[in-house]
Design a binder for this molecule. Structure first.
Ligand code: PLP
Length: 368
């Protein structure tokens, strides 16, 4: 049997090895020059003047909310169809979370549903650029301005994605993850982006125990720091991001072409003016298809093709969130339907044309 095709693959290359070794030999292992280099490269990707590297993407969200002064009594409006970290970060700072429905076409938070969830206690809108597709940044920017709210973008899956030509992470406070499977990785890592110098200053204080000069504390902070070894892993990937994103987009285009015209299979859309970076290539298997989503997953597994279901349930469908006094849910028909129908196929840059053809053939065997 042919070798299996994984849903994600990490390919780092000799430049990463060289830079990591450089850090190991430098003796400067944490919050040093390589972290600063990562921050400069990242600000360029996000189109911001500031980028603050932190330990992981969840902490990036927590730090962003803390820097904005969000806490108990405040509300954050976000999507239930996301990785749970978005919700956990809001709960971690003591805020209440209001979950609003998604748009059925691009799986991101619906601005109209979010607007309906804005109450007196609302402080933050937190759309997620899910799968690498930008949420409707113009709508959320307008909504945030009209209601005097902060915009926190969960851009954990969307390095280099753009809306109207402008990078995600530059509309509000951008929160990125550099976890092992993300489009840019440092194993574990995160970055907060902003062009507000005062907010960036607060983020840097929060990251380092609230300390400006050594043992002079300006506010109660935490340790959110990143190591220079982590930064050295990510820096070369940032330099090649345009290229690896092009490969993801080309793979997505090839899959979409190959999978056209299958009844009950909906391939991903890229709304006009948005540049999708295909962290995941996610299709829907609807009730009209010849097999359901779970049968497709099983059939592809038998053919050695890895898939992922992101995410099989909406966050509040788990009792620990559904029963949580800090989680308030609206009507979520689109999100619940997506949780039943979505499956992601391999799209990562390491795939070869033959892999993509094998994926298309296998899906056609099952559904066409
Ligand atoms: C990965 C991810 C996070 C959390 O990032 P970590 O680096 O794993 O902490 C947050 N939100 C979304 C949407 C993610 O995919």
């Amino acid at each position: 049997m042919a070798s299996s095709i994984p849903i994600s693959a990490v390919e780092l290359g000799p430049e990463v090895e060289r830079l990591v070794l450089e850090v190991l030999r430098s003796g400067h292992l944490a919050q040093g020059p390589m972290v600063e280099r990562l921050e400069r490269a990242f600000a360029a990707v996000a189109g911001t003047t500031e980028a603050v590297a932190v330990a992981n993407g969840t902490v990036a969200l927590v730090a962003a909310l803390q820097a904005l002064g969000v806490g108990p009594g405040d509300e954050v409006v976000t999507t239930p169809f996301t990785f749970v970290a978005t919700v956990n970060a809001a709960l971690a700072v003591g805020a209440r979370v209001r979950l609003a429905d998604i748009r059925p076409d691009d799986f991101t938070l619906d601005p109209d549903a979010a607007a309906a969830a804005i109450g007196d206690a609302c402080r933050v809108l937190a759309p997620v650029h899910l799968y690498g597709c930008p949420a409707d940044c113009a709508a959320f920017d307008g909504l945030a301005r009209r209601h005097g709210l902060a915009l926190v973008e969960d851009a954990a899956q969307a390095h280099g994605a753009t809306f109207g030509g402008r990078p995600v992470g530059s509309f509000g406070v951008g929160c990125f993850s550099l976890y092992a499977t993300k489009n840019v990785t440092s194993g574990e890592g995160g970055v907060v982006t902003t062009s507000d110098a005062r907010l960036a200053d607060r983020l840097r204080l929060l990251r380092n125990q609230g300390m400006r000069a050594r043992y002079e504390y300006e506010l109660p902070g935490h340790n959110y720091r990143m190591t220079d070894i982590q930064a050295a892993i990510a820096v070369p990937q940032l330099e090649r991001l345009a290229e690896s994103t092009e490969r993801r987009r080309a793979h997505a285009a090839r899959l979409t072409e190959g999978l056209a015209g299958i009844e009950g299979l909906v391939t991903p859309s890229e709304p006009p003016g948005r540049r999708h970076v295909f962290h995941q290539y996610t299709v829907r298997v609807t009730g009209e298809a010849r097999a359901d989503r779970d049968a497709l997953v099983a059939a592809l597994a038998r053919r050695g093709i890895g898939t992922g279901v992101y995410y099989p349930r909406v966050v509040c469908d788990h009792d620990c969130y559904g029963d949580h006094p800090g989680v308030v849910r609206g009507d979520l028909p689109n999100a619940e339907r997506a949780a039943r129908e979505v499956v992601s196929l391999p799209v990562h840059p390491a795939l070869r044309d033959a892999d993509l053809d094998r994926i298309v053939t296998a899906v056609r065997e099952v559904l066409a």
